[in-house]
Design a binder for this molecule. Sequence first.
Ligand code: XMP
Length: 513
Amino acid sequence: RLLIIDFGSQVTQLIARRLRELSVYCEIHPYQNVTDSFLADFAPKAVILSGGPDSVTREGSPRPPASVFNMGVPILGICYGQQVMMHMLGGRVDTGHGTAEFGRAFVTPADTRLKLLEGWFAEGKEQVWMSHGDHVSAIAPGFDVYGTSPNAPFAITADLSRHFYAVQFHPEVHHTPNGAALYKNFVEMAGFTGDWTMGAYREQAIAAIREQVGDRNVICGLSGGVDSSVAAVLLHEAIGDQLTCVFVDHGLLRKGEAEEVVTMFRDNYNMKLIHADEQELFLGELDGVSDPETKRKIIGKLFIDVFQKHADSIEGAEFLAQGTLYPDVIESVSFSGGPSVTIKSHHNVGGLPEKMGLKLVEPLRELFKDEVRALGAELGLPKSFIGRHPFPGPGLAIRCPGEITREKLKILREADAVYIDQIRKHGLYDEIWQAFVAILPVRTVGVMGDGRTYDFACALRAVTSVDGMTADYYPFSHEFLGETATRIINEIKGINRVTYDITSKPPGTIEWE
Ligand code: XMP
């Protein structure tokens, strides 16, 4: 197994992800925990030293134990990891002098005969992502230079006799397009055969949950979305009846959704599930409210109150489980570091654990969405759950601009079901990131048969996206759109006009509110 010593970089988890993609088992441990005896017990086959925000020139800044360099295993140092290697092995690192580099840079080879660089420099130079204030000003004895960038003369260095590699940039991020090759070369040199699987991850995650939770009880908010479903099934497998799930039905779910969730988890999985039917409460509080932010705030607050009420009824619960994913973790510490405005106040149960005095269990904290789906499949969750489009916490409330009424919700549910049915029938569901209907707060005139109608208009939305941050509208064929409009108008009483939303994000958002 491979050990990643974490010096606090925001992208350390991406290193782990790159390694999992290569089917290599790794563990991330914060540098404070990595002592001589830890290293001896762990017996890594290779070590990666991550980046980090500190400066090695600062007294008391993080170090790995010196013994790591005497283990005879390959070591890859990245950014801060490179600098700490140079510093500890006899080179020099300096701060400032205008050599800080943030963002895109191009590395050119000084010597291409390095296995680490196999597949690199086919076009003469490689784009890499730099993010460093300090720089190496003298490399340690035994090292040679294999690549340079305008601001980093020691961008790629290696000591071949000891299998030590040190790079100034971040090969794990997207903006180093060929970075995966570098990891592949590194793990191959270290002798990994790439035989690690999601099945192994599952076992490890289960063991970790058991260790954290012991014989105590856990509450889990279950929404029926991919993340909370996978988290719940994993926890259930780990601790069985020590887990109780709370499913809050706020009356803003899609057609058949509540029944599906209850059947799936209570009947198929035999989980302890509290089905909190709180429709009256939510819809009552939302009555007459049309401002989008007010809607979100009302729902967010009620959700927490209701969840807490039901959770309080569970004896002796000490943990709250959440399906937090790694992107949620990075987003919450803000990768860019810049202050950003609130476009929409996103709804989740943040703040609940402190309020309720519960400890957190977050078994998916290291994973990315596609990995969560793979884990879900591994746990036997049906494709209909794993492959689901995202559904926002405030549910249909934000797909019903203007006042929310039961009548509109009913029409919206039916129209949405027809639309999704159409998408599935045409085999398009998996190509689309998210698709839904929004019911518009206008009635328009139409003619059906020999009669005049005066019914609601609706908008169909379908977008492609990789992360929900940016999105493009899906290019349905005119035939598809025409057929879907006809079906919706014919099958659903209350809608007589269908439009297709062709706004990208930005400038639009995916949801209507
Ligand atoms: P927007 O509308 O901001 O949505 O472009 C981006 C993605 O986030 C989902 N979304 C939410 N998810 N709570 C959630 O859990 C929310 O309050 C919320 N608002 C939007 C949206 O469905 C899309 O996938």
